[in-house]
Every structure is written in structure tokens, then in C-alpha cells.
Design a protein around this ligand. Sequence first.
Ligand SMILES: [Zn+2]
Length: 358
Amino acid sequence: MQPVILDHMPSSLLERPATALHRALDGPTLIHLAGRNPDPLFVSVLQHGNETSGWEAVRRLLKGRYGRDPLPRSLILLIANVRAAARNRRRLADQPDFNRCWPGSDMAPTTWHRLFTEITKHVRARRPFASIDIHNNTGLNPHYAAVNRIEPKRLQLAALFSRTVIYFTEPKGVQSMAFGEFCPAVTLECGQASEVHGTDHAMAYLETVLNLRELPDQPPAPEDLELYHVIATVQVPEDVDFSFDDQAEDLHFQPDLDRFNFRELPAGTRLARSVNGRQISLLATDHQGRNVSDSCFALEAGSITTRRALMPAMLSTDEQVVRQDCLCYLMERISPETVRPEAPLRRPDGAELPETLP
Ligand SMILES: [Zn+2]
């Protein structure tokens, strides 16, 4: 499988919502658009087919001001999973998660891995100015940017979108991690796809970055940045029947669990109730692949509670998302003072952080 590479925007493509792109595009498609500054900005949309804010932002931007005026900077646009977008799904049953198939992935290689490796080589050779991968999530979350390395230009690119920035190095095989090897790269999380506010925010951000001459070499001021570090991924064990509406046989989560996103939960916060007497725990896995469930969660009188203070992100109450991806990530705050390029990276408790990138 080869990516389709175009040197123009196909006529009428900008008229199509995400669900109709598959009628014009066969699969993942790169579109080169020339601008006044030839060093291109790379933008990726629809890696997850139901996360439409990125495509909506791009098509509004290109139909609006840049339908009349030349782009201030060249643009390389990746429109990724048009088949899943047609069905308004994150991915289809016969597809892997596209954002786990980029170079650095730890999955068994597939034809998709080869495709995304080709795309990476193609874009790298064009020396992009920066890389922006646009997503939505399903729970109640603030808009935030994510980075895979603590580095001034990357943090500047992230802080232009939101004061809230997440640093993560798991899972592997994500686009921003692969492109971060050769340019400042961020992932944007623009809230829920149904909210026009996410599209507005992404569009304003893209316009800002297209008009930037360069990114500062200094990290953002501490007051402009709240940096969080992902310490674990939480999953529901595969054999556990769970729900958010009290219908499942094993585990009933609180129906509004996503209100806990980006809130520091004290020890003892109840997350779920075990209904048939089974000893069920959530599965929390750290960077090294270690099971850290027992240090995070307790089972008390049939309830799963937090064993210590924890801050979740991307908690979802969509059962399909929880099955296909995860229940949430667990985070801790990194003190902004650690974000000095010359300083070793330290957590507030003084412990050294693990390597910033594999
Ligand atoms: Zn996504």
C-alpha cells in the first residue's frame, strides 16, 4: 500500500464533511499546498475517523481566508482514516489504531506500518517547520496539547494552543513521537468532536502557527504552562463485563466518571462498584510495562477506589472507546521549574524522571 500524494486540493473536497471524504479519496492521502514560506507545516487530521475537529478546522481555514489569499507557509496535510470517518468510527474492525502504527511502534508490523513509514520518510525529506496532529476525545476534558519530549520549541508550540500540556512517552507508535525526531511536534486534543468550540480553537491555532516566522528557543514562562506527566495507562481487564448505566454483569462505573478528568482525586475516591462479588481490579500499567494496579486502586467492600491521590485524564464513558483504547491515563504535575533545558528533569518529590524518549 502506498500513500496517495497530491500537489493540489481536489476540487470540491473542501465541501465534504468527514463522512463524505471516502467518496473522493481512496485511503490515507497527503496533499501539498504551496505557501509564501516554503518550509512546510505538517498537519494530520482524522487519524481517528470520528475525531472531526481537525478536518473541519482545515476546510474552514482553506475555504475562508486562504481561499482568497496565499498561504503564509506551505502546508502538507494528511487526511488519514477516511473509511472509518465514513462510518463515524474511531477505526474499523479490520484496521489497527492508525496512531499506533508510526515509526517506533512496538506492535507487530502491518501493511499500515509500512504506509506510515513511507509518509514519515516523505515528509522528513521536506524539512517541516513543525507537525500538528489533531484529535478529539469523548469525555469531559479541557482542550490541551501533548508532547513527547520536554524541549523549548515543542513546549512553545504546545503552549500556543493551551496552558495545559501533557507529556507522555506511552503508547509507542504515535505520529507526534515519530515526527518529533526531526521537527517540533504536538498532538492537540480539542474536546468532543460535536462541539464547534473545538473546531474554532483548532482553526485559530493553525492560522497562528502558519503565520509564525519561527518558534522561540526559550521554554514558555512558568505562568503560561501547566505541565503534566502521564505515569500509567488504565484498562478494564478483557474478561470483565462493565457499563456506565448499571447494565453490565461485573462492574458498574459511575455514569458521570468523566467529571474527574484533570481533577486531583484524594485517596478513597470511588470509581466503580463490583456487582457479582468478583474480585475485580482495574489494570494500571506504567512506562516499563509494570502492573501498578495495586499502588493505584483498592477494592473495598465491593467498590474500586483510589488508593492514593491520582489525577486522571481522558476518562471516557463510551464503552467502545474504553474497550478499543483505555479507560483513562493517570498523571502527575511536573513543576514548571524543571522545564529548563539545562536542568535535569525532576518530579516535585525529587525523584528523577525516566528517559524522555525511547
Ligand atoms: Zn484520537
